[in-house]
Design a protein around this ligand. Structure first.
Ligand code: NAP
Length: 135
């Protein structure tokens, strides 16, 4: 079985993204900083696959110590996952990516942060059981 995982952070009501960034981007509260640090620690040395907007938001330093692959909607998920035999693959979003790849994810690591403001991208709890409600 391929080791396919997800680490993500959500706001109090499932907020995921805003204007192409994390909704709480720039928040220097230790809880938010710790969450980002933890994401980079846990994905270090592994593979991160994600859609173009999510990859565009990844800082340059992160490309040095993990394999980051921009995935596209014309690619078959099974073919994408087969590119990395023996590697741990994190599915990094965004929404339509998780809609399609949720069924392959065996481990969800979700941090619920103390943010309750605006968002234009939302977590779909159906992903946890391999599906998608919001499409
Ligand atoms: N809070 C968190 O942990 C977290 C994590 C990740 C992202 N985000 C946020 O989410 C937002 C970005 O996500 P997004 O959904 O807007 O854009 P995205 O990351 O570009 O992901 C969506 C794109 O993925 C591509 N894709 C690749 N494989 C696909 C497939 N099999 N089926 C469908 N689409 C596929 C599609 O692009 P093409 O059709 O052009 O190929 C689609 O438009 C940002 O605000 C970001 O900060 C938050």
């Amino acid at each position: 079985m391929i080791d396919v995982r997800c680490i993500c952070a959500i706001g109090q009501r499932g907020q995921l993204g805003l204007n192409g960034q994390l909704p709480w981007e720039g928040n220097t509260d230790p809880l938010f900083v710790e969450d980002v640090t933890r994401f980079f620690a846990l994905t270090m040395g592994h593979v991160l696959i994600a859609g173009p907007k999510t990859v565009a938001s990844v800082p340059d330093f992160a490309f040095k110590d993990r394999t980051i692959d921009v995935i596209r909607s014309h690619e078959y998920p099974e073919e994408v996952l087969k590119r990395y035999p023996g590697r741990r693959i994190f599915v990094g979003g965004g929404i339509t990516v998780w809609n399609v790849y949720a069924k392959y994810i065996q481990n969800w690591d979700i941090t619920r942060l103390p943010y309750d403001g605006e968002a234009d991208r939302w977590f779909d709890p159906a992903w946890l059981v391999g599906g998608a409600l919001r499409g």
